[in-house]
Design a binder for this molecule. Structure first.
Ligand code: AMP
Ligand code: ZN
Ligand code: FE
Ligand code: FE
Length: 279
């Protein structure tokens, strides 16, 4: 069962925007955060930092603190492991180069998905997919929306079941970094590396300990998919290895209707802890 937290937290440190697969633009997200009374949010789009500038611009006109974040979908032992990075240097050459590679591989994969759809007589122009991917990070949710637009399915869920999900005819895996590579990449870009929702993958203490040696600095304890057992289990590990304990909703707008902004999160102290590790 999902953990229902108490009053609205001060900081939601896991939010997606239209720069990846969220439905609100970075500016709309910041305005909503401000209306909800959040003191801080982090923009953590998948494989892109293109939402940062708009969020920071809108944020500078409100009281909401904006953390620059990123979520990398990495792979370890055949499991998808998500690594959050906070406060990277957006101008870092390594950062730009690496993100460009990831975005290019996403784009190539979308072309392959469309080829496979064409083989089963479903023709979707790539422009229709890119129209939904306003940012640089194109993914299956954008193909799903194009399939709805062309009336091949009635909603995104059906698009995944019939065409895009694992085992479906147009399923194409995405290139992913190795988890250690992801952690190193964030650290080399002067960011703080945090393991996202470890409970979702059931990650064990010794695995996490090995990543701490590689530079992991925090664990996401509070998350919309973590229950109280996950929270307790990973809090103990965080305390033992002196890791920052972060939290956020994993907000995607109406793409995840049961996950409202700011329902899961942490106190502002955590934001200062993250900023304290910046170098
Ligand atoms: P991608 O990064 O292109 O592989 O797409 C992954 C995203 O697709 C996830 O972040 C989810 O938002 C979405 N997704 C994955 N599986 C489903 C599903 N069965 N139904 C709806 N959305 C899904
Ligand atoms: Zn997402
Ligand atoms: Fe994630
Ligand atoms: Fe996420």
């Amino acid at each position: 069962m999902k953990q229902e937290p108490g009053p609205i937290p001060e900081a939601d440190l896991h939010c997606h925007t239209t720069a990846s697969d969220g439905l609100l633009t970075p500016g709309e997200l910041v305005k909503l955060a401000s209306r909800r009374g959040l003191k801080a949010i982090a923009i953590t789009d998948h494989d892109t930092i293109s939402g940062w500038s708009e969020a920071e611009k809108v944020g500078s006109k409100s009281d909401t603190i904006i953390l620059r974040g990123l979520e990398l979908n990495t792979v370890w032992d055949n499991k998808e492991v998500h690594v959050l990075g906070y406060q990277m240097d957006g101008k870092s050459g390594i950062m730009r180069e690496r993100l460009l590679e990831l975005q290019q591989s996403r784009f190539d994969r979308i072309k392959e998905i469309l080829n496979r759809l064409e083989q089963i007589d479903i023709k979707i122009p790539i422009g229709d997919v890119l129209e939904y991917a306003q940012g640089e990070s194109v993914g299956r949710p954008h193909v799903a929306r194009a399939l709805v637009k062309h009336r091949h399915v009635i909603n995104n869920q059906e698009a995944f079941v019939r065409y895009l999900g694992l085992g479906a005819p147009a399923y194409v895996p995405r290139f992913k970094l190795d988890t250690v590579e992801g952690i190193r990449f964030i650290r080399e870009s002067k960011g703080i590396a945090v393991l996202a929702h470890p409970g979702l993958q059931g990650l064990k203490e010794d695995t996490i300990a090995s990543w701490v040696k590689e530079g992991l600095q925090g664990l996401e304890i509070i998350h919309s998919d973590h229950n109280s057992i996950d929270q307790e289990f990973y809090s103990k590990i965080a305390l033992k290895y002196d890791l920052i304990m972060t939290g956020g909703s994993d907000f995607h707008g109406a793409n995840k209707p049961n996950v409202p902004l700011g329902k899961w999160g942490v106190s502002l102290d955590v934001v200062w802890q993250i900023k304290g590790l910046e170098n």
